[in-house]
Design a protein around this ligand. Sequence first.
Ligand SMILES: [Zn+2]
Length: 86
Amino acid sequence: MTITAPDHRRLNLQESVPAQRPSLPTCRLCGTDAYLAFTGFVPASYASDREGLRPSLVSYSCEHCGKHNSHETPENWSPPGWQWYA
Ligand SMILES: [Zn+2]
């Protein structure tokens, strides 16, 4: 029999799961996008497999509370001031 010590960090696992529906980046703790710092953005692209259009993905952190998040975004959305590199 193995006794497993409670790991409080596991409580946050659910929050790190990407949302199923594309949504605009917002810190769920602060309830605002005012403090977000975008750390990554992958534009939507067409895949050659059966998946078709792959939605764009954004990752960001909140500079106010330090919370990180990443999920799909709505079509035609990109982070404000995002720089496109060739
Ligand atoms: Zn926050």
